[in-house]
Write a protein that binds this ligand. Structure first.
Ligand SMILES: Cc1cc2nc3c(=O)[nH]c(=O)nc-3n(C[C@H](O)[C@H](O)[C@H](O)COP(=O)(O)OP(=O)(O)OC[C@H]3O[C@@H](n4cnc5c(N)ncnc54)[C@H](O)[C@@H]3O)c2cc1C
Ligand SMILES: NC(=O)c1ccc[n+]([C@@H]2O[C@H](COP(=O)([O-])OP(=O)(O)OC[C@H]3O[C@@H](n4cnc5c(N)ncnc54)[C@H](O)[C@@H]3O)[C@@H](O)[C@H]2O)c1
Length: 494
């Protein structure tokens, strides 16, 4: 039964989940599957940021931009896609993907997995208790027999730049739901949201200017060549990327946003997007009632229990625990956490050894991510910088993907780069990064290799089909082998 009555007095459930983004939904699904009565509290739309203002709409905007760029590299097809995109059709498709910002599909799914829904703003109210302020002004008081899971996600972190309050800056919400391409769009930031949205809106007709602080380049948390290749392509698409650029002040005059940069440069735009990272949505969830500080992230152990709270009843999953701000990784945590809550409540053993059924071990060593730009960036596990500080003996193996036969078939003038990090003591892959058109679907092979700790010797038997871009695996193995077993020179023929 969903949509529990708004002012249904006090109610008791086995499990209360606050926040019905992709992560909260999955926690609730698993606790319900364990036979626990479960209620989920959501103040906006079921499906959360990801479904309506992040992953889904952003990928809908990017897909035609990437497809067109790729088609333009295929001889014989290039001429057919020389023109501009049909922006109205792209936006209409985006609207369909987000179901016009309605969540009845998710409500139906919740019903099918026997989870109750209460619409409203949830706040902790002491141990195991949650109070919900409902849209009609009512209050529902909930008590959990076993667990409360906070899955409230994040919002855009905005700096305190003078004037920012008054300009109505775009965040991920406006940039993914806009109904037209602004003529001039300034993007502050050089991370994942910034590069994806720069690619999308430049492709849809805006003149994009990126203001990137410092000199670390784009995508600074990834291998440096990732940001470099993406920057090259963005520039070729017409994006103006300015490094070492900060916004000193900003104001809106009429419809125009006026900026003064740190070096005194003046800039004008129609909209300004802040893609400057995320803040936990914990300011108003009653953390103070359980001894925590409002606005903080919620660090957890590997079974998802909030470490700073006694009693083991409070869990946090997804963005809000700050482990990996990605939908798939949050949903992975949710499955483990939901099952761990179920095991504990049912008096069953908790399998909390590394890689066990109730722990999110992969959060530490094997987080996959794809950046959906042209070229795509796909990475999992350690980067070279992380390896440097890890104390592990790591060897870096690089290969130019353009030299792979599958890449020649894929696109004329293919540009791409692959990097494997080999753990020399274990003889396994510790990390991988692929940059290039069409590499997103290569990533899961690397994730399996990292999580499965597949020995390099065994990887020789995983034969990539010819002529696919996956043959880069073979070239990486050959590069590694030839370094360790230099070719011997055959004797001269006499
Ligand atoms: C532009 C953009 C693009 C992205 N693209 C990708 C991508 O392609 N792939 C990927 O893996 N990740 C992507 N991400 C990250 C992804 O969106 C997040 O990792 C994911 O949404 C986290 O899910 P969550 O359930 O933890 O939080 P959210 O999706 O933020 O959901 C939290 C939910 O909790 C609700 N809530 C909050 N407080 C309360 C309260 N007090 N009471 C009741 N309900 C409450 C909110 O309304 C919301 O529905 C992207 C992020 C952005 C900003
Ligand atoms: N395809 C995907 O998987 C995908 C897509 C989008 C977002 N996400 C996730 O969402 C999260 C948020 O993305 P994001 O791009 O907002 O964060 P991010 O941490 O990737 O990048 C933030 C950027 O803003 C800059 N910045 C921070 N504060 C600033 C300030 N005060 N002034 C100027 N610049 C500042 C940083 O230097 C960095 O370049 C990330 O963790 C990301 O993994 C994932």
């Amino acid at each position: 039964m969903t949509q529990a009555a708004a002012n249904d007095a006090d109610r008791t459930y086995d499990v209360i989940v606050v926040g019905a983004g992709p992560v909260g939904e999955n926690v609730a699904d698993r606790t319900s599957a364990a036979g626990l009565s479960t209620v989920i509290v959501e103040r906006e739309l079921l499906g959360g940021e990801c479904s309506f203002w992040a992953c889904e709409p952003s990928k809908a905007l990017l897909r035609p931009v990437i497809a067109r760029a790729e088609a333009r590299r295929v001889p014989g097809l290039r001429q057919a896609v020389a023109g501009p995109l049909d922006v109205a059709a792209v936006l209409a498709h985006r609207d369909e993907i987000v179901n016009h910002w309605h969540d009845e599909d998710q409500v139906g799914w919740l019903d099918s997995v026997a989870v109750d829904l209460i619409r409203g703003h949830g706040r902790l109210d002491g141990p195991r208790r949650v109070t919900v302020r409902t849209p009609d002004g009512g209050t529902v008081r909930l008590t959990a027999r076993h667990a409360v899971a906070v899955c409230t996600g994040t919002t855009t972190a905005l700096p305190d730049t003078p004037g920012l309050d008054s300009v109505r800056p775009w965040t991920n919400r406006e940039v993914t739901s806009a109904d037209h391409a602004p003529e001039r769009l300034v993007i502050v930031g050089g991370g994942v949201v910034a590069v994806e949205m720069a690619a999308a809106w430049q492709g849809l007709g805006s003149q994009v200017t990126m203001l990137v602080r410092g000199d670390a380049g784009l995508l600074s948390k990834m291998e440096p060549f990732a940001g470099e290749l993406v920057a090259d392509a963005l520039r070729e698409a017409g994006v103006d990327i300015r490094y070492g650029a900060s916004v000193a002040s900003v104001f809106r005059e009429g419809r125009e946003v006026r900026l003064t940069l740190g070096d005194g440069t003046l800039l004008a735009a129609d909209e300004i997007l802040y893609a400057t990272g995320r803040s936990p949505a914990t300011r108003d969830v009653g953390l103070d009632t359980v001894g925590l500080t409002p606005g903080d992230w919620l660090p957890v152990d590997d079974t998802g229990r909030v470490t700073a709270v006694d009693g083991g009843w409070l869990y946090a999953a997804g963005d809000v625990n700050h482990r990996a701000l990605l939908t798939h990784q949050g949903k992975y945590q949710a499955r483990m956490i939901g099952d761990a809550i179920g095991a504990r409540a049912n008096g069953e053993p908790v399998d909390d050894a590394a890689w066990g059924a109730h722990v999110s071990t992969a959060d530490h060593t094997a987080v996959p991510q794809v950046v959906f730009t042209d070229p795509e960036v796909a990475s999992v596990g350690l980067t070279t910088r992380e390896a440097d500080g890890s104390g592990r003996r790591i060897e870096v193996v690089d290969y130019d993907i353009a030299r792979v036969a599958g890449a020649h078939q894929y696109a004329q003038g293919y540009r791409g780069q692959a990097r494997l990090l080999v753990d020399l003591d274990r003889g396994t892959v510790a990390g991988a990064t692929f940059v290039g058109p069409g590499v997103a679907e290569l990533l899961h092979s690397a994730t399996v290799a990292v999580v499965g700790e597949v020995p390099i010797d065994r990887l020789w038997h995983a034969v990539p089909a010819f002529p696919t871009i996956s043959e880069v695996w073979l070239r990486l193995l050959e590069t590694y082998r030839d370094r360790h077993q230099p070719r011997r020179r055959p004797p001269a023929h006499t």
